[in-house]
Design a protein around this ligand. Sequence first.
Ligand SMILES: Cc1cc2nc3c(=O)[nH]c(=O)nc-3n(C[C@H](O)[C@H](O)[C@H](O)COP(=O)(O)OP(=O)(O)OC[C@H]3O[C@@H](n4cnc5c(N)ncnc54)[C@H](O)[C@@H]3O)c2cc1C
Length: 558
Amino acid sequence: MSKTPHSQLFDVIVVGAGLAGLVAATEATASGARVILIDQESEANLGGQAHWSFGGIFLVDSPEQRRLGVKDSLELAQQDWENTAGFDRSEDDWARKWARAYVTWAAGEKREWLHQRGVRFFPVVGWAERGGAGAQGPGNSVPRFHITWGTGPGLLEPFIRAARVAEAKGQLTMLWRHQLDDLVLADGHVSGVRGTILQDDNAERGKASNRIKVANFEFFAPSVIVATGGIGGNLEKVRAAWPARLGTAPESMVAGVPAHVDGRGLDIAQKAGARLINGDRMWHYTEGIANWDPVWERHGIRILPGPSSLWLDATGKRLPDPLWPGFDTLGTLEHLRGTGYDYSWFILNRRIIGKEFALSGSEQNPDLTGKDIRAVLARARVDVPGPVQAFLDRGEDFIQSDTLDELVTKMNELSGENLLDPASVASVVAARDGAVENAFGKDGQLAAINSARRYLGDKLVRSVKPHRLLDPKGGGLIAVRLRILTRKSLGGIQTDLDSRVLDFAGEPIPGLYAAGEAAGFGGGGFHGYRALEGTFLGGCLFSGRAAGRHAGGVDARS
Ligand SMILES: Cc1cc2nc3c(=O)[nH]c(=O)nc-3n(C[C@H](O)[C@H](O)[C@H](O)COP(=O)(O)OP(=O)(O)OC[C@H]3O[C@@H](n4cnc5c(N)ncnc54)[C@H](O)[C@@H]3O)c2cc1C
């Protein structure tokens, strides 16, 4: 057993160098605490999932919204959150308090807090997760998805900078390839961590690394913060937690998160007495595509779709209203699981894909990630942006054709199941196209597109003018096979508003904190059943901040 020579010198141990861990560590050092931050991966993975993220941030009544004529308010956002979360369990008590506190923060201090740290936002606010089931249904009543200038890496920047400064001052020690295996308990207090030092590994960021043990370690401190992320990279765990209300777990899925999102940290916290709740609540997407250039195993990319693609299930039936692209993530997942197939289809054309397909992920948006204004403006001049064209050229889920008949034949070939009848797909397309001529009509999706285009942000960059899919000026037909893509765990370790971990009796476990996805972004699941989007990174900031401040300022001193 190798004990660190300076094992008595730390006030706080943070496990996990993702966004939540970095925020917690730097908040704790800012309170004067001496902190050690350990991570099972190599330094190449600094920042965890947030590095890969699109950097979408939920803000309420921001200057960016106001400039685009969006009228938002704390009351409207609280109402949207409650309707979306659908809290209905007694163990939701703390999650509900977290939700209220978080929305208040998002409508108040959050933007300024980030601004002071140098974070800026793209001026066009996105309208993610629109709902569509009425004012009291789930979803965002108004656009709230603020894209960080620099995407995920841009959001991480100030926290990595602060960590480097604290490291240089000797306040923060970062240790890589240190895998937590156990929390050390003494008289009901958590007083340290135990684990395995793993063999060095040159694996690139995001790829699975070896688990070869070279030594053990033990560190002690009055406070330990668990920020180890969720379970989305462990497909077996996802299947095991799959709730019956979403049908059966898919046999075939793509992974939307890197290999390190393995869920082990949750089990370790549970072993130390932490109460894990809401494990059956998760946020997976139905618009996943296999990455043609995968980083991790079964790497999937999520399409953030504009509203115009025609969505068919595997047998060719159009999805019911309001399950249009970008409206209701879990409603769509639930519906598609009911079809008995693990995939569905978008049918669209080149004009739609060019304007309406955004791909989630920092590496899929080199212009925004690289803060390259010219390249961002150039998007408007090309018919299809480069990263989307790369999928058209090389993505295994993409099909192109000039005729619908041939397109459907190729779709059947790709699935190998021959489930699509060309005549019935043609009649679905014809019915949809026939409804385009008027700016009014009984087609719900077209009405929703017309309504979306009254929002300037959508009209400018996210939705094309309704037109016939078969219009020759549409630039050729496209079909995309959509798979289920794992992403976020909405449940996790139950915490109070100071990020203190609670046991089954609802009492804080002295010395133990949790933050970020491991804590269900706060309280063991502040989203409830569903998310408004852009709320995950923000949940890491908010809960990491609370954990770092409290552990660094309160327990570290006692
Ligand atoms: C492609 C992509 C796009 C996304 N886009 C958005 C978006 O636009 N908006 C949004 O709000 N959210 C988005 N998200 C979600 C968001 O990025 C994550 O929910 C968030 O970054 C999770 O951060 P975390 O710090 O809690 O966990 P993680 O980033 O998973 O970090 C956990 C760290 O803990 C380490 N660890 C785990 N177990 C152990 C152990 N036993 N011992 C030691 N170390 C351990 C891991 O190696 C990892 O470094 C996106 C995610 C992805 C992947």
